[in-house]
Ligand binder design. Structure first.
Ligand code: ADP
Length: 482
């Protein structure tokens, strides 16, 4: 089975969030199970700066872009793992940031990712790689399907190619002014209700939803949620129409990289039944955030998150006073919206010996937080899949989550009587519900036997990519037969 992945981020090359974990790990897992996978990414400055060895496959790939000859260079990664190729167009991708700067998104993101998508299609031809399934991820790559639908519709190289569009987060749709169609060489005729039009704008993700042979999203629960007005972001009607072709496949975790027994970025290693190292990690984390060492016996809550409305930080800010009265401590690592930074900074000044905050994107510190915390808080308004709860589980750090999307699918409320469950869940997006869940966690934390029980359950959870890759392989096979 030949699979092409068009994706805008992938570890270890470029990352802003969970999409990169998927873009890096899923192709690798598929390749291990025998698929022939090629991944296509823009050649961002970040990739060059990492010094990853690259091999130039083609100096000038030429194709018609807006009716004129355009070129890009094509590189292949020599990093090992899945085969990864880069679309090199410095004017578009050689910048600080993938999608923008702290001041906001790049104004030309429409043309940037349309060019990437169209060029990646051309790269398939250059590599003489006609995949059985072209798998596009999110709006940045979904727009590729608009080219297959229009200018490439009669091109024998692409004829009959099956496509899968995965929605990692429906709230990000790639919305641009109407004029973008001309800028990216797509016909005006696509601007219509049954085309890419969306409330007076052009919607790139809609190309995926309308034209893909099949659709998927990253958990069962989210696949149902996005068909409702509450979570459908204006596209629920369209998604209901494609309900039969919409699958929900929970993401996985790469345990070769995320495992406290082999993680070299945490102060001490540990494993189920050998947990002394975890206490060392906690003590070090308290010290790193300047929190008093006396807190070592109190539950320490960690958060690693984009600072975005989705992630429920308004609820956290409101909850701080009550949480600290309960005797817990909190550390947050995050980057994102300035207003959320400011609210958190203000709270940190108010509660300096209870609350540690680091505004940064820091993968190593993220690992130290997964390892050093007792509880991991994810109060999202919605969460398509969520990976941080899966990392926490492996690190023996118990998730306290809002029951939405993949959080609901992966976390089961702990039952102290039966000894079953791997975390604590709350349903309402409300302060009282969050506090009640933390209180339940606190009661279990106070009983060493109960705590050992839930921690063992958590660390035994298996969300490895092998399962998800198998589900994707079945879906690809089904598509290829259609
Ligand atoms: P999303 O994709 O919505 O951001 P996920 O839970 O799917 O949420 O994935 C988040 C990923 O990004 C995880 O790998 C998490 O560790 C990482 N991450 C988020 N914020 C930071 C940060 N500030 N520093 C380091 N890693 C981060």
């Amino acid at each position: 089975m030949k699979i092409a992945f068009f994706v805008s981020e992938a570890i270890p090359y470029a990352k802003t969030g969970g999409l990169a974990d998927v873009g890096g790990a899923l192709p690798h897992a598929l390749a291990k199970s025998g698929a022939d996978v090629k991944v296509f990414l823009p050649l961002y400055r970040e990739v060059r700066q990492k010094g990853i060895p690259l091999l130039k496959k083609a100096d000038r790939v030429t194709f018609a872009w807006r009716g004129q000859p355009e070129t890009f260079a094509l590189w292949e990664s020599l990093e090992g793992g899945a085969s990864v190729y880069f679309i090199d167009k410095p004017a578009l991708y050689d910048r600080d940031g993938l999608y923008g700067t702290p001041a906001g998104d790049f104004p030309d993101n429409g043309p940037r990712f349309a060019f990437f998508s169209r060029a990646a299609l051309e790269a398939l031809r250059t590599l003489e790689f006609a995949p059985d399934v072209l798998h596009v991820h999110d709006w940045q790559a979904a727009i590729a399907l608009a080219y297959l639908k229009t200018e490439l519709a009669d091109d024998p190289f692409f004829r009959g190619m099956r496509t899968l569009a995965t929605i990692h987060n429906l709230a990000y749709q790639g919305l641009f002014e109407k004029g973008v169609l001309e800028e990216i060489g797509l016909p005006e005729s696509l601007y219509g209700l049954d085309g890419l039009e969306y409330f007076g704008k052009v919607n790139f993700l809609k190309a995926g939803i309308l034209y893909a042979t099949a659709l998927s999203t990253v958990s069962q629960r989210y696949s149902l949620e996005i068909q409702t007005p509450e979570f459908g972001c204006g596209l629920d009607g369209l998604l209901r129409r494609r309900s039969e072709s919409l699958a929900g496949i929970l993401n996985g975790v790469d345990y070769a990289s995320w495992d406290p027994s082999s993680d070299r970025d945490i102060p001490a290693s540990y494993a189920p039944g050998r947990l002394q190292g975890k206490a060392v990690c906690k003590q070090a984390l308290l010290g790193e955030f300047g929190l008093p060492a006396e807190g070592k016996d109190l539950p320490l809550i960690g958060m690693v998150t984009r600072l975005a409305g989705q992630k429920g930080l308004d609820l956290v800010v409101d909850a701080l006073g009550s949480l600290f009265t309960l005797g817990v401590r909190l550390v947050i690592l995050g980057t994102g919206e300035a207003a959320i930074h400011q609210a958190l900074e203000k709270a940190r000044r108010r509660f300096p010996s209870f609350f540690g905050l680091k505004i940064a994107f820091d993968e190593k510190l993220a690992r130290r937080i997964y390892a050093g915390s007792d509880l991991f808080l994810i109060p999202s308004r919605y969460e398509p899949c969520g990976l941080t709860q899966m990392y926490s589980l492996k690190y023996g750090t118990i998730p306290v989550v809002r029951a939405t999307g993949g959080l609901d699918d992966s976390i089961e409320e702990f039952d102290p009587v039966k000894g079953s469950g791997n975390g604590f869940k709350f349903g309402d997006y409300a302060l009282s519900a969050l506090i009640a869940a933390v209180k339940r966690a606190g009661r279990v934390y106070e009983r060493p036997e109960g705590w050992a029980n839930i921690r063992a359950n958590a660390m035994a959870c298996d969300f490895s990519w092998a399962r998800a890759a198998q589900e994707y392989a079945l879906l690809y096979a089904d598509l290829a037969r259609r």
